[in-house]
Design a protein around this ligand. Structure first.
Ligand SMILES: Cc1cc2nc3c(=O)[nH]c(=O)nc-3n(C[C@H](O)[C@H](O)[C@H](O)COP(=O)(O)O)c2cc1C
Length: 177
């Protein structure tokens, strides 16, 4: 069984990115379990002085979750052509650890826009030595949708198939390594 950790870069209650990662968790193919990380909004702001013995519990929880996952999935909005501070903060807590080194990771997209954030996030994650899976890109157009409409798109058979196929391709990538 592969354990995948899914992270949404949005803290919004009606977030499209959070809806996408929740749907991935519901639709994981056989042999994969997707767990949604829910601690993004609880992380203190990263400060290198607070590493080592002073590392906060919330940061340890994130480091442990990434370390014990076989792969990481991120779905993230774009804010002002960049990566939202909350997600960048979470990644910063991982920079000087081993958790990200060679950790398989995949970006998925809930918006057809956000080209700047996609590129920036990929660059950040490559720099952190994540092993980025880039052969398949899952994009489900949820931008601007309200929760009932999101849920109906995410329940469509074609969407469910796309999610399963992408997770299976990512799982194959992890197993090949
Ligand atoms: C402060 C702010 C800045 C944004 N800047 C951009 C942007 O530069 N480019 C873009 O494509 N969308 C931008 N958006 C739109 C969001 O990326 C978009 O609504 C996204 O789907 C929100 O994700 P969520 O539903 O998971 O919260 C911005 C939204 C906010 C709130």
């Amino acid at each position: 069984m592969l354990n995948l950790l899914a992270i949404s870069g949005s803290l919004r209650a009606a977030s499209t990115n959070s809806a996408l990662v929740a749907a991935l968790a519901r639709n994981a193919p056989e042999g994969c379990r997707v767990t949604v990380y829910d601690g993004l909004g609880l992380l203190p702001i990263f400060n290198p002085d607070d590493e080592g013995e002073r590392t906060p519990r919330e940061a340890f929880d994130l480091i442990d979750a990434v370390t014990s996952a076989d792969g990481v999935i991120i779905s993230c909005p774009e804010y002002a052509h960049g990566v939202p501070g909350g997600l960048k903060n979470a990644l910063d807590w991982l920079v000087s650890r081993d958790a990200a080194i060679n950790k398989p990771a995949m970006l998925v997209h809930a918006s057809p826009r956000s080209a700047y954030a996609r590129a920036a996030l990929a660059e950040i994650m490559r720099t952190m030595s994540f092993a980025l899976f880039e052969e398949t890109a899952l994009e489900i157009a949820l931008l601007g949708k309200k929760p009932p409409e999101m849920e109906s798109i995410l329940a469509e058979p074609v969407t469910v198939l796309a999610m399963r196929d992408t997770l299976s391709a990512f799982a194959d990538f992890i197993r090949r390594r």
